[in-house]
Design a protein around this ligand. Structure first.
Ligand SMILES: [Zn+2]
Ligand SMILES: [Zn+2]
Ligand SMILES: [Zn+2]
Length: 395
């Protein structure tokens, strides 16, 4: 096992979920102060050169100007909704250029809300590992962005026993000839700690695994969302009232986990898995079924929100924004109860079919190579109601 790096480790500053506002509409179309379109991952504007960073408390990517007379690290946010408030970059931006999230200047924390969750990161002496780590952090930030948009709590292990932490580990599959002491790392979740293997950030290794496991879709973002599904099972279902409904839909999670996974890898999924699960792997155990369904739920929400924020229409149909319904304070004239998932699925079928057609026009595989059975749709609906039932952040 490589030496854990001190950077990003052991949060001493509680993650302030209460300062987070519910993200409103238009939160996925970002514009620089100069008017150019910019992206969630950008660190500077290609047109005017201004620095860019994401402010998780507001859900906004914004450009910045230097603050006159202040420290060089302090920057003034130019987004009109941020009132020229002062921020500085996360330490992982200044030290390794792996993060573009911001910390309010008045907060003592060095790391942003996402990087503060790191318990272990790879050894940064090797530039290749820094690049692969950056890919993991990008997927992690995108996942946290959607979780915040859904109003779900993000708290660190330093805040309490139900908090979250990440171990991002190097892996001997990357280059055992160079780093002989590296061990094989397994991506997984245990009691709030998510482990991500850097091997999953290497596109050729990931493609090899995808082919060997006969999967239609394997991405780093999918992995992070899947592991978050295990975490939110632990946070929102384990020992709580939702457990009864969970068991009636997904099965009894008390069946032996190790035996179930071994049987899955030895004998493969049951022939009729598509009638009950979102993916073949989801048939291995109720926990995996939940995590796979959760990842699909996040794919659906994030992609629909992006389409809706861009006023995208398919087959003459405007697409809805699933998190509209969660917030009664956002008076958007939408009357669906937050628990209604049927319109989300209808919009998703329209959008995913359209995306698949577009991808084929570009010679690419389907963006969403899945068919959702009636049972899989019920499981997704369960997750939607579970998320909608969480108290809004700050209450
Ligand atoms: Zn610009
Ligand atoms: Zn950061
Ligand atoms: Zn899993």
């Amino acid at each position: 096992m490589e030496k854990p790096d001190a950077a990003g480790r052991g949060s001493t500053f509680p993650v302030q979920t209460r300062a987070i506002v519910r993200y409103g509409p238009g939160m996925r179309n970002f514009t620089c102060a100069c008017g150019s379109t910019v992206y969630f991952e950008n660190t500077s504007c290609l047109n005017c050169g201004r620095p860019l960073g994401f402010v998780p408390e507001a859900g906004l990517l914004t450009s910045f100007d230097d603050a006159p007379g202040a420290l060089e690290s302090e920057k003034l946010a130019l987004h009109p909704r941020l009132n020229r408030q002062s921020y500085r970059y996360c330490r992982n931006h200044t030290e390794s250029d792996t993060c573009n999230w911001m910390v309010p200047s008045e907060q003592p924390a060095d790391y942003c809300l996402s990087c503060r969750l790191n318990e272990t990161i790879p050894n940064l002496d090797d530039p290749r590992r820094v690049q692969l780590w950056y890919e993991v952090e990008k997927a992690k930030r995108r996942t946290i962005f959607t979780l915040l948009a859904l109003g779900l709590p993000i708290s660190s292990k330093a805040d309490g026993p139900k908090g979250l932490s990440f171990k991002i580990l190097s892996d001997r599959r990357l280059d055992a000839d160079v780093h002989a002491t590296d061990e094989r790392a397994s991506t997984g979740h245990l009691n709030g700690t998510i482990t991500i293997s850097l091997a999953e950030a290497d596109s050729s290794l990931r493609e090899e695994m995808r082919e060997r496991l006969n999967e239609g879709y394997r991405t780093l973002l999918g992995h992070v969302r899947h592991e978050m599904g295990h975490y939110y099972w632990f946070l929102l279902i384990d020992g709580r009232s939702a457990l009864t409904d969970f068991r009636s839909l997904f099965g009894d999670e008390r069946s032996n986990y190790a035996d179930s996974l071994e049987a899955h890898y030895e004998s493969g999924p049951p022939a009729d898995w598509q009638r009950r699960h979102v993916s073949a792997y989801a048939s291995s155990h109720p926990w995996e079924d939940f995590a796979e369904t959760w990842a699909h739920y996040m794919h659906i929400i994030d992609t629909l929100e992006t389409a809706s924020d861009s006023d995208l229409r398919f087959q003459g149909k405007a697409l809805g924004r699933p998190t509209h319904d969660f917030d009664p304070e956002l008076d958007l004239g939408i009357s669906n109860p937050p628990t209604d998932f049927s319109w989300v699925l209808d919009d998703w079928f329209t959008l995913s079919q359209g995306m698949n057609l577009l991808n084929r026009s570009m010679g690419l595989g389907d963006a969403y190579p899945f068919a959702l059975s009636a049972t899989a749709q019920l499981k997704l609906g369960f997750i939607h109601r579970l998320v909608a039932a969480q108290p809004p952040l700050g209450h």
